[in-house]
Write a protein that binds this ligand. Structure first.
Ligand SMILES: Cc1cc2nc3c(=O)[nH]c(=O)nc-3n(C[C@H](O)[C@H](O)[C@H](O)COP(=O)(O)O)c2cc1C
Length: 358
């Protein structure tokens, strides 16, 4: 009798557990809540960036606006700087971006708050832009309309730069190694390569350094596909569009993949990306130490047809996330990448809590 009632009790308790599990899955979908919170977080990507619409009336930025404006300034100036390094630039490229840059500079120069270096660098890149395009005017063929348009644009830009410079002295300081190894300070994104091949043994050596990066519970959930073929590079650059015009000339592009099966809780879903990103940093530092140059290629795309084509042709299983890619090669002889600016750490470090800037 007691054995029967014990059995009934066990079946009942087991049934209750299964029932609760079913309810939990049906009612409190943990992925749903996690995505809801993420959507709420990312709603802030829609921050009102009035400085990017030069036709809108500009008002005094709030303190919260200033960081976002600095991110946008860095991004836009980076695009101009990168454009200047590419051989096939368009006539007067980046004009719309530069108009926004000028608007941001006018705002930021009034609220420098440790942003002097970023401002000085932006002005310097615009000065180089004027210099390079003036040189193009002398060396390249233009139609009379293009020529006169370019001349008046450069004159307008020079006037703007002069008026900005009249608002205060801007001096770029070179990075200091701060007592640490130079490897942190001297690695640069390299976008011009020599034809010297990169041996498999070297790639193996840098991957051996990559796997010594930290990974969550030491899972190391990544795979790296080394792509050397023209066809493979083309497929990849259809997705990694920020590498077009430069990465096709690199001898190798490594595609960074991460196995999402390593992480199954919704709250852990970013860890697969973090693990690979950390490994990629070791990879690029090791490559730098061996005299190679690398540049990260952003593989974020909304063109899923192209992403699927890449996945199919490279036989990438569906449980692998495409994290990004790195173009690798020896830098072109005599090529010296100029260090871009870094944000002032006083705008990054907080003590104990947000709002405790000191
Ligand atoms: C996630 C990520 C994506 C990037 N994507 C690209 C890219 O698509 N094309 C490119 O030329 N550089 C890309 N970069 C390189 C950055 O532009 C570069 O790291 C930054 O401008 C700082 O320059 P530095 O690496 O020389 O210090 C990327 C870097 C990261 C971390």
């Amino acid at each position: 009798m007691t054995r029967i009632s014990g059995l009934i009790g066990r079946v009942f308790r087991r049934g209750k557990k299964v029932f609760r599990e079913i309810l939990r899955l049906g009612v409190e979908d943990p992925w749903g809540e996690s995505y809801r919170r993420e959507r709420a977080l990312f709603s802030y990507t829609g921050w009102d960036r009035y400085w990017l619409d030069i036709n809108r009336p500009q008002h005094t930025p709030t303190l919260e606006d200033l960081d976002v404006m600095e991110f946008d300034l860095l991004r836009f100036v980076h695009a101009i700087d990168k454009g200047l390094q590419l051989p096939n630039r368009k006539v007067a490229f980046g004009r719309e971006k530069i108009r926004c840059i000028l608007t941001m500079l006018r705002h930021l120069i009034c609220f420098k708050n440790c942003r002097e270096q970023v401002i000085a660098w932006a002005v310097e890149v615009l000065r180089q832009y004027v210099e390079v395009l003036r040189n193009d005017l002398e060396t390249k063929e233009y139609s009379p309309t293009d020529r006169s348009e370019l001349v008046s644009w450069l004159n307008e830009l020079e006037r703007e730069l002069d008026s900005l410079l009249s608002m205060g002295e801007l001096k770029i300081e070179s990075p200091e190694s701060n007592g640490l190894s130079n490897v942190y300070y001297q690695r640069r994104s390299i976008r011009q390569w020599s034809k010297k091949p990169v041996e498999d043994a070297i790639l193996r050596q840098i991957v051996e350094a990559a796997v010594w990066a930290p990974s969550s519970c030491n899972r190391q959930p990544y795979k790296f596909i080394f792509i050397r073929s023209e066809h493979g590079k083309r497929l990849l650059l259809d997705v990694a569009t920020g590498g077009r015009g430069l990465a096709e000339h690199a001898p190798v592009i490594v595609l960074l993949l991460s196995d999402v099966r390593a992480y199954y809780a919704p709250s852990e879903r970013h860890l697969a990306y973090i693990d690979s990103a950390l490994a990629s940093q070791n990879l690029s530092l090791a490559a730098h130490e061996l005299g190679l140059g690398t540049v990260w290629l952003n593989c974020a795309t909304e063109d899923f047809v192209k992403e699927d084509r890449l996945r199919n042709e490279l036989s990438i299983p569906p449980w692998y996330a495409i994290v990004g890619a790195l173009a690798i090669g020896y830098p072109r002889e005599g090529f010296q990448a100029k260090p871009p600016v870094r944000r002032c750490v006083d705008n990054i470090i907080l003590h104990e809590r947000f709002g405790s800037l000191r």
